[in-house]
Design a protein around this ligand. Sequence first.
Ligand code: SF4
Length: 482
Amino acid sequence: MKTFYHSTQEYQEIIQEKLTNRQLRENLKTAMDTLKNNRKNLINARYTKWSDLREEGRRVKLKALTHLDILLRRFEENATKNGIKVHWASDAKEANEIIYNLMQEKKVTSILKGKSMASEEIHLNAFLKQKGLDAIETDLGELIIQLIDETPVHIVVPAVHKNRYEIGEIFQEKLGASLESQPEKLNEIARKHLRKEFKTFKMGLTGANFAIADEGAIWLVENEGNGRMTSTACDIHVAICGIEKVVESFEDASILGTLLVPSATGAPITCYNNIITSPRKEGEKDGPREVHVILLDNNRSNMLNDRNFFKSLSCIRCGTCLNHCPVYDKIGGHAYLSTYPGPIGEVISPQLFGLNNCAPMLDLCSLCGRCSEVCPVKIPLAELIRDLRSEKVGQGYGKVLGYKKEAKNSIEQFLMSGFAKNATCGKKWRSVLWLAKNLGGMGKIFHRFIPILNKWTKYRNYPKIDANLHSEIKKLQGVIYE
Ligand code: SF4
Protein backbone atom coordinates (compact mmCIF):
# COMPACT_ATOMS: atom_id res chain seq x y z
CA MET A 1 0.00 0.00 0.00
CA LYS A 2 1.44 3.35 -1.04
CA THR A 3 1.97 5.73 1.83
CA PHE A 4 1.62 9.44 1.11
CA TYR A 5 3.05 10.80 4.35
CA HIS A 6 6.25 12.85 4.00
CA SER A 7 7.88 14.66 6.90
CA THR A 8 9.48 18.11 6.86
CA GLN A 9 12.85 16.36 7.23
CA GLU A 10 12.23 14.36 4.02
CA TYR A 11 11.35 17.54 2.17
CA GLN A 12 14.43 19.34 3.47
CA GLU A 13 16.71 16.49 2.42
CA ILE A 14 15.38 16.17 -1.10
CA ILE A 15 15.33 19.94 -1.66
CA GLN A 16 18.94 20.18 -0.54
CA GLU A 17 19.86 17.38 -2.94
CA LYS A 18 18.11 19.09 -5.86
CA LEU A 19 19.48 22.54 -5.13
CA THR A 20 23.04 21.26 -5.18
CA ASN A 21 22.57 19.37 -8.45
CA ARG A 22 23.97 21.86 -10.98
CA GLN A 23 23.12 19.76 -14.03
CA LEU A 24 19.50 19.43 -12.96
CA ARG A 25 19.19 23.16 -12.34
CA GLU A 26 20.70 23.97 -15.70
CA ASN A 27 18.43 21.49 -17.52
CA LEU A 28 15.34 22.82 -15.75
CA LYS A 29 16.20 26.44 -16.39
CA THR A 30 16.82 25.87 -20.10
CA ALA A 31 13.59 23.91 -20.51
CA MET A 32 11.41 26.26 -18.46
CA ASP A 33 12.79 29.35 -20.24
CA THR A 34 12.08 27.76 -23.63
CA LEU A 35 8.52 26.80 -22.68
CA LYS A 36 7.80 30.23 -21.21
CA ASN A 37 9.21 32.11 -24.20
CA ASN A 38 7.38 29.92 -26.72
CA ARG A 39 4.12 30.55 -24.93
CA LYS A 40 4.67 34.29 -24.63
CA ASN A 41 5.74 34.73 -28.27
CA LEU A 42 2.83 32.71 -29.58
CA ILE A 43 0.23 34.51 -27.49
CA ASN A 44 1.64 37.93 -28.41
CA ALA A 45 1.76 37.06 -32.09
CA ARG A 46 -1.55 35.27 -32.56
CA TYR A 47 -4.05 35.90 -29.80
CA THR A 48 -5.39 39.42 -29.57
CA LYS A 49 -8.13 38.30 -27.21
CA TRP A 50 -6.22 35.89 -24.99
CA SER A 51 -7.56 37.40 -21.81
CA ASP A 52 -11.19 37.09 -23.05
CA LEU A 53 -10.46 33.49 -23.99
CA ARG A 54 -9.15 32.81 -20.46
CA GLU A 55 -12.34 34.26 -19.04
CA GLU A 56 -14.37 31.97 -21.33
CA GLY A 57 -12.29 29.00 -20.17
CA ARG A 58 -12.93 29.88 -16.55
CA ARG A 59 -16.66 30.19 -17.23
CA VAL A 60 -16.84 26.85 -19.09
CA LYS A 61 -15.07 24.99 -16.27
CA LEU A 62 -17.13 26.61 -13.50
CA LYS A 63 -20.33 25.80 -15.40
CA ALA A 64 -19.22 22.17 -15.70
CA LEU A 65 -18.18 21.91 -12.05
CA THR A 66 -21.42 23.39 -10.76
CA HIS A 67 -23.43 20.86 -12.83
CA LEU A 68 -21.01 17.96 -12.53
CA ASP A 69 -23.52 15.41 -11.23
CA ILE A 70 -25.86 16.04 -14.18
CA LEU A 71 -23.04 16.07 -16.76
CA LEU A 72 -21.49 12.86 -15.44
CA ARG A 73 -24.80 11.03 -15.70
CA ARG A 74 -25.34 12.46 -19.18
CA PHE A 75 -21.86 11.37 -20.23
CA GLU A 76 -22.48 7.84 -18.95
CA GLU A 77 -25.83 7.60 -20.70
CA ASN A 78 -24.53 8.84 -24.07
CA ALA A 79 -21.25 6.91 -23.93
CA THR A 80 -23.16 3.72 -23.13
CA LYS A 81 -25.46 4.36 -26.12
CA ASN A 82 -22.30 4.68 -28.25
CA GLY A 83 -21.10 1.27 -27.08
CA ILE A 84 -18.48 2.52 -24.58
CA LYS A 85 -18.41 0.77 -21.21
CA VAL A 86 -18.26 3.30 -18.36
CA HIS A 87 -16.79 2.29 -14.99
CA TRP A 88 -16.87 4.31 -11.77
CA ALA A 89 -13.90 4.25 -9.41
CA SER A 90 -14.30 5.95 -6.04
CA ASP A 91 -10.59 5.70 -5.23
CA ALA A 92 -7.23 4.54 -6.53
CA LYS A 93 -7.73 1.00 -5.27
CA GLU A 94 -10.99 0.58 -7.17
CA ALA A 95 -9.50 2.07 -10.36
CA ASN A 96 -6.53 -0.31 -10.20
CA GLU A 97 -8.84 -3.28 -9.54
CA ILE A 98 -10.99 -2.39 -12.57
CA ILE A 99 -7.92 -2.42 -14.83
CA TYR A 100 -6.57 -5.59 -13.23
CA ASN A 101 -9.91 -7.40 -13.62
CA LEU A 102 -10.14 -6.35 -17.27
CA MET A 103 -6.63 -7.69 -17.87
CA GLN A 104 -7.54 -10.96 -16.17
CA GLU A 105 -10.78 -11.28 -18.13
CA LYS A 106 -9.02 -10.64 -21.45
CA LYS A 107 -6.02 -12.81 -20.49
CA VAL A 108 -3.61 -9.93 -20.93
CA THR A 109 -0.33 -9.77 -18.99
CA SER A 110 1.01 -6.45 -20.38
CA ILE A 111 -0.62 -3.22 -21.46
CA LEU A 112 0.60 -0.33 -23.57
CA LYS A 113 0.25 3.05 -21.96
CA GLY A 114 -0.16 6.53 -23.38
CA LYS A 115 0.55 9.47 -21.09
CA SER A 116 -1.91 9.69 -18.22
CA MET A 117 -1.48 11.66 -14.98
CA ALA A 118 -4.52 9.88 -13.52
CA SER A 119 -2.67 6.56 -13.91
CA GLU A 120 0.30 8.12 -12.11
CA GLU A 121 -2.02 9.32 -9.36
CA ILE A 122 -3.29 5.77 -8.73
CA HIS A 123 0.26 4.32 -9.05
CA LEU A 124 -0.94 1.90 -11.67
CA ASN A 125 2.49 0.71 -12.81
CA ALA A 126 3.56 -0.22 -9.27
CA PHE A 127 0.22 -1.95 -8.67
CA LEU A 128 0.52 -4.03 -11.84
CA LYS A 129 4.12 -4.91 -11.03
CA GLN A 130 3.01 -6.24 -7.64
CA LYS A 131 0.55 -8.48 -9.47
CA GLY A 132 3.26 -9.72 -11.84
CA LEU A 133 1.87 -7.68 -14.77
CA ASP A 134 3.48 -5.04 -16.97
CA ALA A 135 2.73 -1.59 -18.36
CA ILE A 136 4.88 -0.30 -21.22
CA GLU A 137 5.07 3.46 -21.54
CA THR A 138 4.81 4.79 -25.11
CA ASP A 139 5.09 8.55 -24.56
CA LEU A 140 8.73 9.51 -25.19
CA GLY A 141 9.17 11.28 -21.84
CA GLU A 142 7.38 8.52 -19.94
CA LEU A 143 9.48 5.88 -21.72
CA ILE A 144 12.69 7.66 -20.65
CA ILE A 145 11.71 7.81 -16.99
CA GLN A 146 10.40 4.25 -17.04
CA LEU A 147 13.80 3.07 -18.32
CA ILE A 148 15.53 4.71 -15.33
CA ASP A 149 12.80 3.80 -12.86
CA GLU A 150 11.78 7.35 -12.02
CA THR A 151 8.43 9.15 -11.82
CA PRO A 152 7.40 12.16 -13.97
CA VAL A 153 9.09 15.40 -12.99
CA HIS A 154 6.45 17.53 -14.73
CA ILE A 155 2.78 16.99 -15.57
CA VAL A 156 3.23 17.67 -19.32
CA VAL A 157 6.91 16.96 -20.00
CA PRO A 158 7.75 14.06 -17.69
CA ALA A 159 11.50 13.83 -18.46
CA VAL A 160 12.22 17.55 -18.79
CA HIS A 161 14.98 17.29 -16.16
CA LYS A 162 17.14 15.25 -18.57
CA ASN A 163 19.01 16.86 -21.46
CA ARG A 164 19.55 15.19 -24.83
CA TYR A 165 23.04 13.94 -23.94
CA GLU A 166 21.73 12.24 -20.82
CA ILE A 167 18.84 10.74 -22.82
CA GLY A 168 21.35 9.40 -25.38
CA GLU A 169 23.24 7.66 -22.57
CA ILE A 170 20.00 6.19 -21.16
CA PHE A 171 19.05 4.77 -24.57
CA GLN A 172 22.54 3.39 -25.02
CA GLU A 173 22.56 1.69 -21.62
CA LYS A 174 18.94 0.48 -21.45
CA LEU A 175 18.06 -0.17 -25.10
CA GLY A 176 21.49 -1.10 -26.44
CA ALA A 177 21.31 1.75 -28.98
CA SER A 178 24.29 3.60 -30.39
CA LEU A 179 25.22 6.77 -28.50
CA GLU A 180 23.29 9.70 -30.00
CA SER A 181 22.41 13.20 -28.90
CA GLN A 182 20.50 14.65 -31.86
CA PRO A 183 16.75 14.84 -31.13
CA GLU A 184 15.89 13.24 -34.52
CA LYS A 185 18.17 10.28 -33.82
CA LEU A 186 16.84 9.87 -30.30
CA ASN A 187 13.29 9.90 -31.66
CA GLU A 188 14.24 7.27 -34.19
CA ILE A 189 15.61 4.98 -31.47
CA ALA A 190 12.44 5.36 -29.38
CA ARG A 191 10.25 4.86 -32.45
CA LYS A 192 12.00 1.64 -33.48
CA HIS A 193 11.84 0.33 -29.93
CA LEU A 194 8.12 1.08 -29.60
CA ARG A 195 6.96 -0.01 -33.06
CA LYS A 196 7.44 -3.67 -32.30
CA GLU A 197 5.48 -3.24 -29.05
CA PHE A 198 2.49 -1.70 -30.85
CA LYS A 199 2.24 -4.72 -33.14
CA THR A 200 1.90 -7.27 -30.38
CA PHE A 201 -0.29 -5.66 -27.73
CA LYS A 202 -3.94 -6.35 -27.10
CA MET A 203 -4.83 -3.69 -24.54
CA GLY A 204 -3.93 0.02 -24.49
CA LEU A 205 -4.51 2.54 -21.70
CA THR A 206 -4.59 6.33 -22.07
CA GLY A 207 -5.81 9.33 -20.15
CA ALA A 208 -8.42 11.76 -21.50
CA ASN A 209 -8.23 15.54 -21.62
CA PHE A 210 -11.96 16.07 -21.83
CA ALA A 211 -15.06 13.89 -21.57
CA ILE A 212 -17.93 15.41 -23.52
CA ALA A 213 -21.30 14.80 -21.90
CA ASP A 214 -23.58 15.66 -24.85
CA GLU A 215 -21.70 13.29 -27.17
CA GLY A 216 -20.59 10.54 -24.79
CA ALA A 217 -17.10 10.96 -26.28
CA ILE A 218 -13.59 11.51 -24.95
CA TRP A 219 -10.98 13.87 -26.38
CA LEU A 220 -7.34 12.98 -26.15
CA VAL A 221 -4.75 15.65 -26.98
CA GLU A 222 -1.17 14.54 -27.74
CA ASN A 223 1.86 15.34 -29.83
CA GLU A 224 3.60 12.09 -30.66
CA GLY A 225 0.96 9.83 -32.18
CA ASN A 226 1.53 7.27 -29.45
CA GLY A 227 -1.87 8.13 -27.94
CA ARG A 228 -3.52 7.36 -31.27
CA MET A 229 -1.57 4.12 -31.65
CA THR A 230 -2.37 3.05 -28.09
CA SER A 231 -6.05 3.82 -28.47
CA THR A 232 -6.54 2.35 -31.95
CA ALA A 233 -3.97 -0.38 -32.62
CA CYS A 234 -5.01 -2.48 -29.63
CA ASP A 235 -8.21 -4.52 -29.48
CA ILE A 236 -9.19 -2.97 -26.17
CA HIS A 237 -8.80 0.69 -25.27
CA VAL A 238 -9.13 1.77 -21.64
CA ALA A 239 -9.19 5.50 -20.81
CA ILE A 240 -8.84 6.72 -17.26
CA CYS A 241 -10.22 10.16 -16.55
CA GLY A 242 -10.80 12.25 -13.41
CA ILE A 243 -14.48 13.13 -12.96
CA GLU A 244 -13.65 16.85 -13.24
CA LYS A 245 -12.71 16.37 -16.92
CA VAL A 246 -16.36 16.24 -17.97
CA VAL A 247 -17.66 19.25 -19.88
CA GLU A 248 -21.00 19.82 -21.51
CA SER A 249 -20.33 20.11 -25.24
CA PHE A 250 -17.75 20.04 -28.03
CA GLU A 251 -17.94 23.85 -28.08
CA ASP A 252 -16.95 23.99 -24.42
CA ALA A 253 -14.17 21.44 -24.90
CA SER A 254 -12.81 23.33 -27.90
CA ILE A 255 -12.49 26.55 -25.86
CA LEU A 256 -10.43 24.62 -23.33
CA GLY A 257 -8.44 22.89 -26.08
CA THR A 258 -7.60 26.29 -27.58
CA LEU A 259 -6.25 27.41 -24.21
CA LEU A 260 -4.51 24.14 -23.38
CA VAL A 261 -2.02 23.73 -26.21
CA PRO A 262 -0.47 27.24 -26.32
CA SER A 263 -0.23 27.20 -22.52
CA ALA A 264 1.35 23.75 -22.40
CA THR A 265 3.91 23.90 -25.19
CA GLY A 266 3.70 27.28 -26.87
CA ALA A 267 2.38 25.65 -30.06
CA PRO A 268 -0.86 26.90 -31.64
CA ILE A 269 -2.30 23.43 -32.10
CA THR A 270 -1.36 19.93 -31.07
CA CYS A 271 -0.28 17.33 -33.64
CA TYR A 272 -2.96 14.79 -32.74
CA ASN A 273 -6.50 15.39 -31.57
CA ASN A 274 -8.16 12.03 -30.97
CA ILE A 275 -11.90 12.21 -30.44
CA ILE A 276 -13.12 8.77 -29.48
CA THR A 277 -16.84 8.30 -29.82
CA SER A 278 -17.25 4.52 -29.91
CA PRO A 279 -15.53 1.16 -30.43
CA ARG A 280 -15.01 -0.10 -33.98
CA LYS A 281 -18.32 -0.27 -35.81
CA GLU A 282 -19.50 -2.95 -38.18
CA GLY A 283 -17.73 -2.61 -41.53
CA GLU A 284 -14.93 -0.43 -40.14
CA LYS A 285 -11.42 -1.70 -40.77
CA ASP A 286 -9.61 -0.45 -37.69
CA GLY A 287 -10.07 0.84 -34.16
CA PRO A 288 -10.48 -1.02 -30.88
CA ARG A 289 -13.24 -3.59 -30.53
CA GLU A 290 -13.92 -2.44 -26.96
CA VAL A 291 -13.62 0.99 -25.33
CA HIS A 292 -13.77 1.38 -21.53
CA VAL A 293 -13.77 4.71 -19.68
CA ILE A 294 -12.92 4.75 -15.97
CA LEU A 295 -14.27 7.84 -14.18
CA LEU A 296 -12.01 8.40 -11.21
CA ASP A 297 -13.20 10.23 -8.10
CA ASN A 298 -10.37 9.74 -5.56
CA ASN A 299 -11.49 12.60 -3.26
CA ARG A 300 -12.55 14.93 -6.07
CA SER A 301 -16.15 14.88 -4.73
CA ASN A 302 -14.84 16.17 -1.39
CA MET A 303 -12.95 18.90 -3.22
CA LEU A 304 -16.10 19.82 -5.10
CA ASN A 305 -17.96 20.31 -1.81
CA ASP A 306 -15.51 22.95 -0.64
CA ARG A 307 -16.77 26.46 -1.40
CA ASN A 308 -13.23 27.78 -1.95
CA PHE A 309 -10.90 24.97 -2.96
CA PHE A 310 -13.30 23.49 -5.54
CA LYS A 311 -11.88 26.05 -8.02
CA SER A 312 -8.75 23.92 -8.33
CA LEU A 313 -10.83 21.25 -10.11
CA SER A 314 -10.91 23.63 -13.10
CA CYS A 315 -7.33 22.66 -13.90
CA ILE A 316 -6.79 21.44 -17.48
CA ARG A 317 -3.26 20.17 -16.65
CA CYS A 318 -1.44 22.47 -19.03
CA GLY A 319 1.58 22.75 -16.71
CA THR A 320 2.24 26.43 -17.41
CA CYS A 321 2.04 27.30 -13.69
CA LEU A 322 4.99 24.94 -13.17
CA ASN A 323 6.93 26.53 -16.02
CA HIS A 324 6.52 30.00 -14.52
CA CYS A 325 7.16 29.08 -10.89
CA PRO A 326 10.45 30.47 -9.51
CA VAL A 327 10.59 27.58 -7.02
CA TYR A 328 9.80 24.75 -9.44
CA ASP A 329 12.53 25.80 -11.86
CA LYS A 330 15.16 25.46 -9.10
CA ILE A 331 14.15 22.12 -7.60
CA GLY A 332 12.05 20.29 -10.20
CA GLY A 333 9.04 18.10 -9.62
CA HIS A 334 10.51 15.25 -7.58
CA ALA A 335 11.19 17.57 -4.63
CA TYR A 336 7.45 18.00 -4.12
CA LEU A 337 7.15 14.31 -3.18
CA SER A 338 3.78 14.06 -4.88
CA THR A 339 2.39 12.96 -8.25
CA TYR A 340 1.40 16.58 -8.82
CA PRO A 341 4.23 19.12 -8.36
CA GLY A 342 4.44 22.89 -8.74
CA PRO A 343 1.72 25.40 -7.85
CA ILE A 344 -1.20 23.22 -8.95
CA GLY A 345 0.40 20.29 -7.10
CA GLU A 346 0.56 22.34 -3.92
CA VAL A 347 -3.13 23.10 -4.23
CA ILE A 348 -4.52 19.69 -5.18
CA SER A 349 -2.12 17.28 -3.44
CA PRO A 350 -3.25 18.18 0.10
CA GLN A 351 -6.86 17.82 -1.04
CA LEU A 352 -6.35 14.53 -2.89
CA PHE A 353 -3.89 12.85 -0.54
CA GLY A 354 -4.53 14.62 2.80
CA LEU A 355 -3.21 17.87 4.26
CA ASN A 356 -1.47 15.98 7.09
CA ASN A 357 0.45 13.92 4.52
CA CYS A 358 2.01 16.68 2.45
CA ALA A 359 1.75 19.91 4.47
CA PRO A 360 5.47 20.86 4.11
CA MET A 361 4.87 21.12 0.37
CA LEU A 362 2.92 24.33 0.97
CA ASP A 363 6.16 26.06 1.93
CA LEU A 364 7.53 25.61 -1.61
CA CYS A 365 5.99 28.86 -2.75
CA SER A 366 7.02 32.51 -2.53
CA LEU A 367 3.44 33.70 -3.18
CA CYS A 368 4.75 35.78 -6.08
CA GLY A 369 1.48 35.11 -7.91
CA ARG A 370 2.94 34.40 -11.38
CA CYS A 371 1.04 31.10 -11.51
CA SER A 372 -2.32 32.83 -11.04
CA GLU A 373 -1.44 35.33 -13.76
CA VAL A 374 -0.68 32.70 -16.39
CA CYS A 375 -3.24 30.02 -15.57
CA PRO A 376 -5.41 29.73 -18.70
CA VAL A 377 -8.56 29.03 -16.67
CA LYS A 378 -7.77 31.69 -14.09
CA ILE A 379 -7.43 29.50 -11.02
CA PRO A 380 -6.31 31.81 -8.19
CA LEU A 381 -3.46 29.46 -7.31
CA ALA A 382 -1.48 31.80 -5.05
CA GLU A 383 -4.60 32.66 -3.05
CA LEU A 384 -5.47 28.99 -2.67
CA ILE A 385 -1.93 28.16 -1.51
CA ARG A 386 -2.19 30.95 1.05
CA ASP A 387 -5.59 29.64 2.19
CA LEU A 388 -4.21 26.12 2.52
CA ARG A 389 -1.40 27.54 4.64
CA SER A 390 -4.07 29.05 6.89
CA GLU A 391 -5.62 25.59 7.11
CA LYS A 392 -2.24 24.13 7.96
CA VAL A 393 -1.75 26.44 10.95
CA GLY A 394 -5.32 26.04 12.17
CA GLN A 395 -6.66 29.38 10.96
CA GLY A 396 -8.90 28.11 8.19
CA TYR A 397 -12.23 26.38 8.62
CA GLY A 398 -10.70 22.94 9.11
CA LYS A 399 -12.57 21.02 6.41
CA VAL A 400 -9.70 20.00 4.08
CA LEU A 401 -9.07 16.25 3.91
CA GLY A 402 -6.60 15.10 6.58
CA TYR A 403 -6.78 18.42 8.43
CA LYS A 404 -4.79 18.31 11.64
CA LYS A 405 -3.86 21.49 13.40
CA GLU A 406 -0.12 21.88 13.24
CA ALA A 407 1.87 22.71 16.36
CA LYS A 408 2.61 26.41 16.33
CA ASN A 409 6.13 27.46 15.43
CA SER A 410 6.83 30.00 18.17
CA ILE A 411 10.00 31.48 16.57
CA GLU A 412 8.13 32.06 13.32
CA GLN A 413 5.19 33.62 15.17
CA PHE A 414 7.51 35.91 17.13
CA LEU A 415 9.31 37.05 13.94
CA MET A 416 6.10 37.56 11.99
CA SER A 417 4.36 39.54 14.73
CA GLY A 418 7.53 41.67 15.06
CA PHE A 419 7.55 42.25 11.30
CA ALA A 420 3.83 43.18 11.33
CA LYS A 421 4.35 45.70 14.16
CA ASN A 422 7.24 47.38 12.37
CA ALA A 423 5.80 47.26 8.86
CA THR A 424 2.51 48.88 9.89
CA CYS A 425 4.03 51.87 11.67
CA GLY A 426 5.79 54.48 9.49
CA LYS A 427 8.20 55.62 12.22
CA LYS A 428 9.25 52.10 13.15
CA TRP A 429 9.57 51.06 9.52
CA ARG A 430 11.88 53.99 8.76
CA SER A 431 14.05 52.91 11.72
CA VAL A 432 14.19 49.36 10.33
CA LEU A 433 15.31 50.72 6.97
CA TRP A 434 17.94 52.87 8.69
CA LEU A 435 19.24 49.78 10.49
CA ALA A 436 19.21 47.76 7.25
CA LYS A 437 21.23 50.46 5.54
CA ASN A 438 23.76 51.02 8.32
CA LEU A 439 24.11 47.54 9.79
CA GLY A 440 23.10 45.41 6.81
CA GLY A 441 26.70 45.29 5.61
CA MET A 442 27.69 43.42 8.76
CA GLY A 443 25.34 40.63 7.75
CA LYS A 444 27.56 40.08 4.73
CA ILE A 445 30.39 39.13 7.08
CA PHE A 446 28.43 37.30 9.78
CA HIS A 447 25.50 35.74 7.90
CA ARG A 448 27.06 32.29 8.11
CA PHE A 449 26.79 32.38 11.90
CA ILE A 450 23.27 33.80 12.20
CA PRO A 451 20.66 31.00 12.46
CA ILE A 452 17.77 31.28 9.99
CA LEU A 453 19.76 33.80 7.87
CA ASN A 454 22.44 31.17 7.18
CA LYS A 455 19.78 28.73 5.93
CA TRP A 456 18.63 31.39 3.50
CA THR A 457 22.09 32.34 2.25
CA LYS A 458 23.20 28.72 1.88
CA TYR A 459 21.83 28.66 -1.67
CA ARG A 460 21.67 32.40 -2.40
CA ASN A 461 24.06 35.31 -2.58
CA TYR A 462 23.76 37.76 0.28
CA PRO A 463 21.78 40.71 -1.16
CA LYS A 464 23.56 43.95 -1.84
CA ILE A 465 22.04 46.66 0.33
CA ASP A 466 21.60 49.76 -1.75
CA ALA A 467 23.15 52.77 -0.01
CA ASN A 468 20.40 55.00 -1.45
CA LEU A 469 17.60 52.70 -0.39
CA HIS A 470 16.83 54.52 2.83
CA SER A 471 16.79 58.05 1.43
CA GLU A 472 14.84 56.95 -1.66
CA ILE A 473 12.17 55.26 0.41
CA LYS A 474 12.12 58.18 2.85
CA LYS A 475 11.52 60.55 -0.05
CA LEU A 476 8.69 58.37 -1.26
CA GLN A 477 7.23 58.04 2.21
CA GLY A 478 7.51 61.81 2.61
CA VAL A 479 5.28 62.17 -0.44
CA ILE A 480 2.84 59.65 0.93
CA TYR A 481 2.69 60.95 4.49
CA GLU A 482 2.70 64.65 3.68
S1 SF4 B 1 -3.54 25.24 -12.51
FE1 SF4 B 1 -3.84 26.38 -14.40
S2 SF4 B 1 -1.75 26.77 -15.14
FE2 SF4 B 1 -1.57 25.12 -13.61
S3 SF4 B 1 -1.69 23.22 -14.77
FE3 SF4 B 1 -3.78 23.72 -14.12
S4 SF4 B 1 -4.67 24.87 -15.82
FE4 SF4 B 1 -2.46 24.87 -16.13
